[in-house]
Unconditional design. Structure first.
Length: 225
């Protein structure tokens, strides 16, 4: 079994918890409150910006050209994902909210962890910190699509199709190959992978909290308090 497969198997309980989370079930059923989804997308855009920067750091520190090309492809994939999120925001008239976004504590915990790992850890540790996001979302998208959540009547079908797509699976598999190439089963690599999976579930938990009515007359903000 490859290192990526071993680490995924070791965190299968968190992956199942994410699949069964009320937020993800709401996406699958089409019953998720729209305001919760909007807040999630805005928080996810903040997260993806950090994810792209972590890829850039890994690319800069990669020891060989083959890995550099792979990280370049992965960076392009996350930039495409950011364009999708910008499209959501524009569709809802929430483009300004991306500029005035206040990241939630769960979002900051994840981005701080990613960027610190990418800046201070090895390329293998960076791959371990980033792979759970890609593999988990591919797993969720494919699982929900098999259950019929990509049906036209589901308002969140686009989200499901994005992560169920073969192109996204290819990106997840590419990152797993990089983890196998540059990582080793050290405590640091194992801890980075496990921490990222914990933060994924925490991100969904924060996204499922009720949206507070805005107070005051300041600019629109997106929080999960």
């Amino acid at each position: 079994m490859s290192l990526a497969a071993e680490l995924w198997a070791a965190t299968s309980e968190q992956a199942q918890a994410a699949l069964e989370h009320p937020f993800v079930r709401g996406l699958a059923q089409g019953s998720l409150d729209t305001d919760l989804f909007k807040r999630y997308i805005l928080q996810d855009a903040f997260f993806l910006d950090a994810f792209a920067r972590a890829y850039a750091l890994a690319l800069a520190r990669c020891p060989d050209r083959e890995g550099m090309r792979a990280f370049f492809t992965l960076l392009g994939g996350v930039l495409d994902e950011l364009r999708l999120h910008a499209g959501y925001a524009a569709r809802w008239g929430a483009a300004d909210a991306l500029e005035t976004l206040v990241p939630a504590p769960a979002t900051l915990a994840y981005t701080d962890f990613l960027l610190a790992t990418a800046a201070l850890g090895s390329v293998g540790e960076t791959c371990a910190a980033m792979t759970p996001c890609m593999r988990l979302y591919a797993y969720l998208g494919q699982s929900l699509a098999r259950a019929g959540a990509d049906r036209e009547t589901n308002p969140y079908a686009e989200w499901v199709r994005t992560y169920a797509a073969a192109d996204f699976e290819d990106l997840a598999a590419t990152l797993e190959r990089l983890l196998d190439r540059y990582g080793s089963p050290t405590p640091a690599v194992q801890a980075a992978y496990a921490r990222a999976m914990q933060l994924e579930v925490a991100f969904f938990e924060a996204a499922s909290q009720p949206v507070q009515a805005p107070t005051g007359s300041g600019a629109a903000r997106c929080t999960s308090e």
